[in-house]
Design a protein around this ligand. Structure first.
Ligand code: SF4
Length: 91
């Protein structure tokens, strides 16, 4: 699975198939580990995600991390997070 994700990520890094490529600062591909206990799929990156290139890093992401911690999970060990859309829709 890791190699497949790496291949798709590399394709996304240079992708210009839609107009979102014109306004993005970063591709927001994923965070966490492949083969996780839990996989979350968000809809699209927001301002902070676009800025940092990671999903769920704004206030919602901080809350999500607290929720993970409350049930003994962490992004580093147990969770895989990605978005359906890899580039931030402006506005
Ligand atoms: S949103 Fe998806 S299709 Fe559009 S440029 Fe980004 S990676 Fe490519």
């Amino acid at each position: 699975m890791y190699e497949e994700l790496k291949t798709v990520r590399e394709k996304c890094l240079s992708c210009k198939r839609c107009s979102l490529a014109e306004s993005r600062h970063n591709i927001v591909f994923d965070d966490g580990i492949p083969n996780p206990k839990l996989m979350l799929i968000g809809e699209a990156p927001g301002f902070y995600e676009d800025k940092e290139g990671k999903p769920f890093v704004g206030k919602a992401g901080q809350l999500l991390d607290k929720i993970f911690a409350s049930v003994g999970l962490s992004r580093d060990k147990d969770v895989y997070i990605c978005n359906t859309i890899k580039c931030r829709p402006p506005h």
